[in-house]
Design a protein around this ligand. Sequence first.
Ligand SMILES: Nc1ncnc2c1ncn2[C@@H]1O[C@H](COP(=O)(O)OP(=O)(O)OP(=O)(O)O)[C@@H](O)[C@H]1O
Ligand SMILES: [Mg+2]
Length: 445
Amino acid sequence: MRLLGGNEEQDVGDVLKRSFETALRRVRQRAPLLVAVTMAGGAVGLIGGLSPWMVALGAGLALILAALVSLEGDAAAEQGGVVIAPRAAVADLMGRWRAALDALPDPVIALDQSGAIVHINPAAREIYALLRPGGQPSLLSRDPIFLQAIDEVLEDGLQRTVEVQERVPIDRRVRLTLTAMAGTSTEAAAPRVVIALRDLTEQDRLGRMRADFVANASHELRTPLASLVGFIETLQGRASDDPVARGRFLGIMGQQAARMSRLVDDLLSLSRVEMREHVPPRAAIDLNETISVAVQALEPVARATGATLTFTPCDGPAVVLGETDEIMQVVQNLVQNALKYGAAGRPVAVTIRREARGPTSRLAVAVRDEGPGIPPEHLPRLTERFYRVSAKSSREKGGTGLGLAIVKHIINRHRGELRIESEPGKGSTFTFVIDEQARRPSLHV
Ligand SMILES: Nc1ncnc2c1ncn2[C@@H]1O[C@H](COP(=O)(O)OP(=O)(O)OP(=O)(O)O)[C@@H](O)[C@H]1O
Ligand SMILES: [Mg+2]
């Protein structure tokens, strides 16, 4: 015998078999409830003084009744193999896909059958503040390739990926992956296309930075290397019998080799500190002591330039969580810069001050020179690798342009802040600020 159910013709035997299996599955699922009802029925029978046969019959009837009630109370009715969920279940399902999209870290937007926005997850809302449910995806991008892709996905259900370049509100390149959502729900707000967005701007920037870095590093190495190769050839050729020229050339070659070795050291230093940047130092160190040692080590350099180098520690212990070697490297770089680029013979001052910040305090270490200063347009870029106000003057002074980049990464690792203040003609002050640790309890209190 055949039955017509939904759009399909079905075998009665099959339908009965499936119904029986479904009932059995649900009875199994509700086993604890059924056992409880049966036992209650049996107990009532016994207390009422009925015969064992009557008790068994009562318990059996209670079991069948409970099974029927449980089947009837089931939320979803199965018809012809298609599950038609009641309104409450649909609402629950809608809530669930929204919650799933909201949990994704990447920006995601869902469109309905008409191509209008039905949902924007928090990551997308953060970037595209203008998007609203009910709005059009053209608010996301007006690029015809993107808008056409939406129509195509709605039509053929195939996934598409497009890349668009946005100019407004800011320049950014975005990859959009459009995926069709098949569903049985007839709800108007059901998602039909899910659009996952990936902002490629940062990735592009990092790629450019890496390429620039390799180009800069090769260029910085190539210059002294070319000079070395040139002098070797000269020494092998016409200068081979000239002891005066040989002595002078070997001196220059020594300088160039030292320059290359300094560059390699700085590159290694930078990569080491970058690798450790996410692990803040744990040791408690006293900045008064550490910086005093660093400044003393630089006194001969200051004397050679005719400058006076002074150090003023702050009152009491100046304890921070820090790495002694790295703090010394920061002070060395800043003081060397002040001596190199400051006015010859003018003082260079290193001071530590305590800055109160609510219940906590921070320690500010400032290196001040009275040199020609730095024009304001250069200030934001000074900590970029290889960035120099004047590459020629820096190179002449033996600089590699990596000093402040190393300083910035070390201060980042210490969760501190680097401030650069400079006024052309008046000098520059480079200050780094690190959280002060609770003072060590004094033994004499
Ligand atoms: N105190 C200062 N006064 C004026 N200009 C400065 C000062 N400190 C840094 N600069 C400018 O900032 C640039 C970058 O400094 P940075 O320390 O990173 O590199 P460098 O000194 O050229 O080389 P390196 O420190 O690697 O030997 C310098 O080339 C210089 O132009
Ligand atoms: Mg420097």
